[in-house]
Design a protein around this ligand. Structure first.
Ligand code: KE4
Length: 423
């Protein structure tokens, strides 16, 4: 496969940006290859600068549930652009987006629009601390909530592959306020509450972990988190940056029937534009400036272009709920193809799939927690990545990311992918 133009651009990029990228996972470091530079994308396809075409299962890490450059979303963005890109003042579009989010997730009684998932989780935690007057938070090893200082502790996603789960530059005094439990391990959570009585402001959790690869919650895990936070006067924050509008328009909170105190959204809510949301109980959000003492602000928050993309995306998902049945069916077909591959090639694979999210772990162990995910053979994953790329299929360049199926993936795309997987 010719990648000469990507290599030229990469050489230039490395002089300009750390690792030649604007987000570490894009550097293809954990799959031992040079990154592909993308020229354009449409529907289920992505095209690199050398003209190579791929079926895309990264979907920009989740936003692309409708596929790339959906005509209605592009039209909404172009139309809004002619009216100005940003005003730094309120617009009716922010009301419309917030109303749509609230209609889909009634726990979002009041919310604030921001520009990234990192901003949303950072701000949600500040609101939780401001509301409870407590400093400590609990996160889970291998879960990733963006790169704010206090959350870069035992983080997932590319932090996991860079073997710097604890990032440089984060003062120990910040990290000390972040307690780390184990996903699906109730005792590890109980122990932290027992040893930090009345000091824990909140638990923040990905209700389906997707940054150590996709790891599903045990059936009683989320109800347990809901109960133990209520018992201890702490808040439960669902980080639904990935699961929000992914597991249905109601996200994981509807899927599992758990009402969190606060929720963070990103990715799909902005339809591919820089847009994220944090919100939840009114009594908590009323602590946020200018109403309350918890300060948070943003020049481009709720800007008319990102809100236009998010509004249109959510309207399409609400108008067309059969999308969810289709992408879940296709994800299940791909999960079956991975299992068939394991049988045919006699390799160890453990596949987790929920809705249109899935991960194939190169391990013989069941993957229901961080340790299980880490038991994966990342060099086998790298070989798989290269094999798929050579066959025109673009999957995550890391074992510890999710595979995303979009509404634009056709039966032909799925059948081709199955053929390649089971060849
Ligand atoms: P952003 O700041 O990247 O918009 O969102 C941070 C974030 C928060 N919460 C969850 C559950 C997330 O998955 C993320 C970001 N996800 C990663 C990929 N797993 C983004 C890709 C990247 O870092 O380049």
């Amino acid at each position: 496969m010719n990648t000469s133009r990507s290599e030229e651009l990469y050489a230039i990029a490395r002089e300009l940006m750390p690792g030649g990228v604007n987000s570490p996972v894009r550097a293809f470091g954990s799959v031992g290859r040079k990154p592909l530079f993308i020229d354009h994308a449409r529907g289920s396809r992505i095209y690199d600068v050398d003209g190579n075409e791929f079926i895309d299962y990264v979907c920009s890490w989740g936003p692309g549930i409708l596929g790339h450059a959906h005509p209605e979303v592009i039209e909404a963005v172009v139309k809004a652009s002619f009216d100005g890109l940003t005003f730094g003042a309120p617009t009716g579009k922010e009301n419309r987006l917030a109303e749509l989010v609230q209609a889909c997730m009634p726990s979002m009684e009041m919310m604030r629009l921001v520009n990234s998932g990192t901003e949303a989780t950072m701000s949600a935690i500040r609101a939780a601390r401001g509301f409870t007057g407590r400093d400590k938070i609990i996160k889970f090893k291998g879960c990733y909530h963006g790169h704010s200082d206090g959350l870069l502790v035992q983080a997932g996603s590319a932090a996991l592959t860079q073997s710097v789960p604890d990032s440089g530059g984060v003062p120990a005094s910040y990290a000390e306020q972040t307690l780390v439990a184990l996903f699906n391990d109730k005792d590890s959570v109980r122990e932290l509450f027992d040893n930090n009585k009345d000091q824990i402001a909140a638990i923040i959790v990905e209700p389906v972990a997707a940054n150590m690869g996709v790891v599903l919650p045990d059936v009683d895990f989320l109800p347990f988190l809901r109960e133990i936070t209520e018992e201890n006067g702490s808040l439960l924050i669902f980080d639904e940056v990935i699961t929000g509008f992914r597991l249905g328009t109601g996200g994981a909170q509807a899927y599992f029937g758990i009402k969190p105190d606060l929720t963070t959204l990103g990715k799909i809510v902005g339809g591919g534009m820089p847009m994220a949301v944090y919100g939840g109980r009114r009594d908590i959000m009323e602590q946020v400036a200018p109403l309350g003492k918890v300060y948070q602000a943003g020049t481009l928050s709720g800007n008319p272009i990102a809100t236009s993309a998010g509004i249109k995306t959510i309207e399409i998902l609400m108008r067309d709920p059969e999308i969810y049945e289709r992408i879940e069916k296709n994800a299940a077909r791909l999960a079956g193809a991975f299992r068939e591959r394991a049988r045919k090639l006699g390799i160890k694979l453990h596949v987790n799939q929920i809705g249109s999210l899935l991960s194939a772990f190169f391990t013989g162990e069941e993957v229901r927690d961080y340790q299980g995910a880490l038991s994966s053979d990342t060099s086998a994953y790298a070989d798989y990545f290269g094999y798929m790329l050579e066959h025109g299929i673009y999957v995550a360049p890391s074992q510890f990311e999710a595979m995303f199926v979009s509404g634009a993936h056709s039966d032909e795309d799925i059948e081709k992918t199955i053929r390649v997987l089971t060849a």
